[in-house]
Design a protein around this ligand. Structure first.
Ligand code: ZN
Length: 184
């Protein structure tokens, strides 16, 4: 292969609602797998894909890989204006170890549920244990928008989508109507 393609991340295809990969059991990433340069390449490709589609996060099952990797980032995101900034965060095998009792309802969308928005209740603060992409163990205490996106992305690792969490399906709406009537 020519050097032209060396180390260039690729855009990945996002699986849409109904694709069985979104509901499949997801395995932990082993430390061996994490050291594999192909894993680093895959993570870089996830980052490019999330940015290309203006996602605030992306979970590996959404791009057809049933391994526990999530990425999150929000900076001037047109899909989520006024929600606050989240620096690029890559988490491997994330696990929520505590949820706040306090919950708040907010609007969520998903690259795998393209064009639809709905209201979901989430804990306002959570603690997550995970590994970084370098294999370092970390504990993350998150609140606000960061906590919401973490819960959304970690749900993907258990085959759950935001529509499964909606208590009132009457809030489901298309992007155009969401922007016109509801967008905060
Ligand atoms: Zn999603």
């Amino acid at each position: 292969m020519s050097d032209l393609f060396k180390n260039e991340p690729a855009l990945l295809k996002v699986a849409l609602l109904g694709n069985p990969v979104l509901r499949k059991k997801v395995e932990n990433v082993t430390r061996e797998e994490l050291k594999d340069p192909r894993t680093a390449y895959f993570i870089d490709s996830m980052i490019d894909t999330m940015r290309e589609y203006n996602g605030a996060g992306l979970a590996s099952p959404q791009v057809h890989v049933s391994k526990k990797i999530i990425i999150i980032e929000a900076q001037d995101n047109p899909r989520y204006p006024k929600r606050g900034e989240i620096p690029l965060t890559v988490l491997v095998n994330p696990e929520i170890v505590s949820f706040s009792q306090e919950v708040e309802e907010g609007w969520e969308g998903c690259l795998s549920v393209a064009g639809l928005w709905g209201r979901v209740k989430r804990s306002t603060a959570i603690t997550v244990n995970a590994m970084t992409r370098e294999g370092k163990d970390v504990e993350i205490k998150a609140e606000g928008f960061f906590a919401v996106v973490l819960q959304h992305e970690i749900d993907h690792l258990y085959g759950k989508l935001f529509v499964d969490r909606m208590e009132d399906m009457s809030t489901l709406c298309f992007t155009q109507e969401y922007n016109r009537y509801w967008s905060d």
